[in-house]
Design a protein around this ligand. Sequence first.
Ligand code: FES
Length: 162
Amino acid sequence: MDAIISPRAGPAERSGGATGPLPLVAGAVFGLKQAMSTQSPTTWITICDTCKREGWVAASGETDGERLAALVEAAARDMPVRTRRVSCLMGCQQGCNVAVQAAGKLNYTLGRFEVSEEAAQGIVDWAVLHGESASGQVPYRTWPAAVKGHFVTRHPPLPDAE
Ligand code: FES
């Protein structure tokens, strides 16, 4: 399954000129874990790049999903969300489809999007609100108009313990 996932950008690279291995000091490691646990998990927008809406023409050379993905990626540039593409979210009858997810939060799938800058911007704006929410729940009054009527599923976060 991982083979079809292609993140737009990898994890942030360490900078600052470190030239050797980091010292294995217990306090430093503990401090790192503390810092990580206080950060809000990253919200990801996963865009299906194989969605084809009714009327799609193969000769166009690109799927509707690819075109929407490009618009979402452009709208997400410099925003506090990440994007990735996958081939099929299993909602093919109601494309174009995206998922908005973050670890430990409510996760959502949205569909029935046309390919437009307005749709892409609405998806990104809503995902930013998802990222700012501790639970992933976003008050309806703050939803961009472009996502209203497009929610398909909501998934509760997995429990911490097995
Ligand atoms: S092709 Fe997009 S959900 Fe299946």
